[in-house]
Design a protein around this ligand. Structure first.
Ligand SMILES: *Cc1c(COP(=O)(O)O)cnc(C)c1O
Length: 418
């Protein structure tokens, strides 16, 4: 099938059998069919290459199809792919042990699942069962996933409303507000769940000391601190885990997205020995998952984690993040009416527009110039840039040139409109 026929066939099937509204939205935005990917690049049905700055919402820490991860999965595939579930599984054991070494102090046990939402579900259940309390505190603008429990602590009404009623006893506080957090916590709170840097909320870095405050304030009332590092973890912000910016050890940490090395779906809920003993003490299968911790995913996860640590990609993220952000700031200064802020940490960068609907136009301009970007789910005014941490300086420079040209052309388009 030639490229154009493939495109029409896929969009037609999406319209008739997947999601017609989504098909319309994506074709309108100019997205083609992804056919192949490698490193920082995705290639579409016309053979056009795009630098992947969306990166599967931050999944491609190591880029697409990192050779070490692909090899580990191929080797595993020749042995055993999915678990029979009656036997011990070596890849899960090896990955859990490695995670205990690299995660913050006290986090010793891993429960493996298949996605971010599942990692959050498990964390919420573990918090309830280990504390014997039911209430949760979360933050406005947060994104924790779309299953019922995860959605209940996601701070965006638009996603919650059609599915109400959700979990009872969830209170939302403004992200970064010390006093509001203290006031919301009490001795009935099971946990405070927070992203160390809000992703879908629009790449929002909290004020210094916020995570430490969260650590102290939760401990004071005997509540748990759940760090949702699904997007911010694994080197993304310039530290292996974003809580490390403040030297904070949470009680539970959620990982997914990049956890499977950019090759397999994999999530993990990592916690202290005390929590796991309480949750599983009387029933070792109090929480379980058929595919969670499967050999293929864990082999990918371990290979990916080893690359991350051995190549010190977190510091590469910090260094290139600083470089990219300073170039962005210089460009943004040329378009003061259009851009209100550039912010972020490491290679987790947000560009905020001062008007609605400009984001969509700029995304289309970027696509035209071979750069794939998108706006944040909870905040359409913010374009987020989360390229693979292996991105090269020339590729960053290409993205910056594309930004400058995209803003210039969008400015012209808007001027023509008025
Ligand atoms: C994406 C995301 C989730 C949900 O992950 P899924 O794999 O899409 O279910 C949860 N928390 C954060 C911080 C995320 O960015």
């Amino acid at each position: 099938m030639d490229g154009e026929s493939l495109f029409r066939d896929v969009v037609d099937k999406y319209s008739r059998h997947i999601n017609p509204q989504l098909a319309k939205l994506m074709s309108f935005a100019g997205f083609g069919v992804e056919v192949r990917a490698e490193g920082c690049m995705i290639y579409d049905h016309e053979g056009r290459g795009f630098i992947d700055c969306l990166g599967g919402y931050g999944t491609f820490i190591l880029g697409h199809r990192h050779p070490a991860v692909v090899q580990a999965v191929k080797d595993q595939l020749d042995q055993i792919a999915l678990s029979g579930k009656a036997f011990f599984s070596a890849p899960a054991a090896d990955l859990a042990a490695r995670l205990a070494e690299v995660t913050p102090d006290g986090l010793e046990y891993s429960f493996f699942n298949n996605s971010g939402a599942e990692a959050v579900e498990a964390a919420l259940k573990f918090a309830r069962s280990s504390t014997g309390r039911t209430k949760f505190v979360s933050t406005y603008g947060s994104y924790h996933g779309k299953t019922m429990g995860a959605l209940s602590v996601t701070g965006r009404e638009k996603y919650q409303k059609p599915f109400a009623p959700l979990l009872d006893g969830v209170t939302f506080v403004p992200f970064g507000d010390f006093d509001a957090l203290s006031a919301a916590l009490d001795t009935e709170t099971a946990a405070f769940i927070v992203e160390p840097v809000q992703g879908e909320g629009g790449i929002i870095v909290p004020p210094d000391g916020y995570l430490q405050h969260a650590r102290e304030a939760t401990a004071k009332v005997g509540a748990l601190l759940i760090a949702d590092e699904v997007q911010s973890g694994l080197g993304r912000t310039g530290r292996n885990f974003a809580v490390e910016w403040e030297g904070v050890s949470p009680d539970l940490m959620c990982l997914a997205k990049g956890m499977g090395g950019g090759v397999m779906p994999l999530g993990a809920t990592i916690g202290t020995a005390q929590i796991f003993n309480r949750v599983f003490g009387t029933n070792p299968i109090a929480h379980s998952s058929t595919f969670g911790g499967n050999p293929l995913a864990c082999a990918a996860g371990l290979a990916g984690l080893n690359v991350l640590i051995e190549q010190n990609l977190a510091s590469r993220s910090e260094c290139y993040g600083t470089y990219m952000m300073s170039k962005f700031e210089a460009i943004a200064a040329k378009y003061p009416e259009m851009i209100s802020e550039v912010r972020g940490r490491g290679l987790m960068i947000g560009l905020e527009f001062s008007m609605d609907e400009v984001g969509e136009l700029v995304v289309a301009q970027f696509m035209k110039r071979g750069v794939c970007v998108a706006y944040a789910l909870n905040n359409p005014r913010v374009l987020r840039f989360e390229p693979p941490l292996i991105i090269e300086q020339e590729q960053i420079d290409h993205v910056c040139t594309a930004l400058d040209e995209s803003l210039a052309e969008t400015t012209e388009l808007l001027a023509d409109l008025v």
